[in-house]
Design a protein around this ligand. Sequence first.
Ligand code: ZN
Ligand code: ZN
Length: 174
Amino acid sequence: MLINLTDVFTSEGKVKKMSQTLDIDRVSYMGATYPVIEQSDVSLTFTNIGTGQVLLEGDMTLKVSIPCDRCLQDVEVSIDVTFSHELAAPSEENVQSEEEEQCFISGYDLDVETLMNNEILINMPVKVLCHEDCKGICMVCGHNLNEGECGCDTFVPDPRMAAIKDIFNANKEV
Ligand SMILES: [Zn+2]
Ligand SMILES: [Zn+2]
């Protein structure tokens, strides 16, 4: 979805507000894909802050289903995405500074999907837990320890034995 910004770039002091409905059904992050459960519209405000310069501010919230890092149960994670960018109108000067080129704008057109995909990835949580004191899963039988003890003997007195046990478990999973 492209938004043409010619009027904001060329009219001194102009402010343009809009809200866009996006249809994002999943987020791909660090090699995994997570389903999006809920999403708000994207609010965007464009403010002319000088000749050929526009300040873009926006926000959206979404809910993504991500497995708990410890017990692997799906957790609904709310992600607040807020951002602001200074955009420059295309000109000969801009062509020269390619490092500052922003992939979500081409000419006077803003690509909302590309912009929002970037912003969502920046705001993805590094660590997800179903709750602070999640007990995780049993390393022996895979039982979710939040649902109670499984009774496995997980006490390993010798660290060298622990290493052997890890190798054994890794092989078992293949
Ligand atoms: Zn958990
Ligand atoms: Zn167990």
